[in-house]
Design a protein around this ligand. Structure first.
Ligand SMILES: *[C@@H]1O[C@H](CO)[C@@H](O)[C@H](O)[C@H]1NC(C)=O
Ligand SMILES: *[C@@H]1O[C@H](CO)[C@@H](O)[C@H](O)[C@H]1NC(C)=O
Ligand SMILES: *[C@@H]1O[C@H](CO)[C@@H](O)[C@H](O)[C@H]1NC(C)=O
Ligand SMILES: *[C@@H]1O[C@H](CO)[C@@H](O)[C@H](O)[C@H]1NC(C)=O
Ligand SMILES: *[C@@H]1O[C@H](CO)[C@@H](O)[C@H](O)[C@H]1NC(C)=O
Ligand SMILES: *[C@@H]1O[C@H](CO)[C@@H](O)[C@H](O)[C@H]1NC(C)=O
Ligand SMILES: *[C@@H]1O[C@H](CO)[C@@H](O)[C@H](O)[C@H]1NC(C)=O
Ligand SMILES: *[C@@H]1O[C@H](CO)[C@@H](O)[C@H](O)[C@H]1NC(C)=O
Ligand SMILES: CC(=O)N[C@H]1CO[C@H](CO)[C@@H](O)[C@@H]1O
Length: 265
């Protein structure tokens, strides 16, 4: 009996196709507003919330992003979701399935909270009570620095590398339809990064958003990792490589133009 269970476990572990899947469901930030719907509107608000999120889900699965609006007046719910462009479709689906359940921690059901943003490293979901889809900056934007300080190497070099990286990410993102990944190596130090503007943020607003992120991420330079989570864009650097080389999740595909690798002396 125990043996057959073991066999099944072995089969399950090795019988499936090897997968490099990483939906990057690490949470970067959950930001909830403190506005709530009227208690008398409870049923309608909850129904609109669910309908908006439900409408966004298949769009994200099919095209990596989607926006939906449901309801009217004070109970209107606007929802937008997007996966990072380097995730495969299956990783995107996995990431979005989680982000969708975890945004409930903003308590749209219990407290009828009308706005929430959940940033994962692989995907993003926001709902709110106004049309925010093309918003680039807002008062709730966050900078989240890692908690492992940079140690054991040349700190000056590290700062220079991150500085060049985020400048490149910002420029590269603006010039490549809102997405860039890349690395900068100098001395024996390499830093990796990713930047992405959300789909409905236009070129000039994307530039504004990434430019802002580039400046704010500078406050993280004592740490091995840093993230800026703006209304219209996401930027991250790390001493670890965390992104896929192509826009199709490591498989061969389109989008090679989205990266850069820089080696400086
Ligand atoms: C609600 O949030 C706004 C800004 O997000 C803030 O100015 C205000 O003080 C908050 N109110 C409460 C009661 O927390
Ligand atoms: C809101 O969602 C409901 C339920 O899915 C749907 O019947 C309705 O058409 C949606 N309204 C809008 C404006 O999309
Ligand atoms: C909308 O909400 C405000 C307060 O939040 C309330 O005064 C107003 O009556 C509401 N309007 C409708 C149409 O329900
Ligand atoms: C973009 O935002 C502006 C306000 O900043 C708004 O007037 C416009 O309708 C928005 N465009 C789209 C396509 O959502
Ligand atoms: C390479 O990195 C190590 C720390 O990881 C550091 O101690 C060493 O000095 C570096 N060497 C050079 C040539 O920069
Ligand atoms: C650290 O890096 C800076 C900038 O590249 C360089 O000028 C300096 O000599 C390095 N320091 C050490 C101890 O290697
Ligand atoms: C981008 O959208 C903003 C409003 O959100 C608008 O002011 C600006 O002119 C737009 N830029 C372009 C290039 O469409
Ligand atoms: C990604 O690209 C870098 C630089 O060209 C290369 O060293 C690395 O092996 C590539 N990784 C994968 C998984 O293709
Ligand atoms: C694409 C891009 O902007 N590349 C730049 C990255 O940063 C290095 C150093 O600052 C530049 O030399 C590259 O041109």
């Amino acid at each position: 009996m125990a043996f057959s269970i073991l066999c099944i476990l072995i089969f399950l572990t090795f019988g499936t196709t090897p997968s490099l899947s990483d939906p990057r469901t690490t949470e970067a930030a959950l930001i909830c507003t403190n506005t709530s719907a009227q208690p008398s509107d409870r049923q309608v608000f909850v129904a609109n919330f669910l309908a908006a999120i439900d409408a966004v889900t298949p769009l994200v699965s099919a095209q990596h992003y989607g926006g939906a609006i449901n309801g009217s007046g004070n109970t209107t719910v606007y929802a937008f979701g997007e996966c990072m462009k380097d995730l495969s479709r299956s990783d995107c689906d996995l990431c979005f399935a989680q982000v969708k359940t975890q945004i409930l921690r903003c308590l749209p059901f219990q407290r009828l909270i009308r706005g929430g943003r959940l940033f994962y490293d692989g995907c993003y979901l926001r709902y709110d009570d106004y049309l925010f889809f093309n918003e680039s900056l807002s008062g709730l934007d966050r900078t989240v620095c890692g908690s492992s300080g940079f140690v054991g190497g040349n700190e000056t070099l590290f700062r220079e590398n991150v500085g060049d990286l985020v400048r490149n990410l910002s420029l590269g993102g603006v010039n490549n339809g809102g997405f860039a990944v890349g690395s900068v190596s100098r001395g024996n130090l390499t830093v990796y990064g990713l930047a992405q503007c959300w789909e409905f943020v236009n070129g000039s607003d994307c530039a504004k958003c990434l430019g802002d992120a580039e400046v704010k991420i500078g406050s993280c330079l004592a740490e091995q990792e840093g993230r800026v989570l703006n209304s219209g864009c996401y930027m991250r650097y790390s001493t670890q490589k965390f992104y896929y080389n192509s826009t199709s999740g490591g498989q061969s595909g389109h989008g090679g133009e989205f990266f850069f690798f820089v080696t400086l002396k």
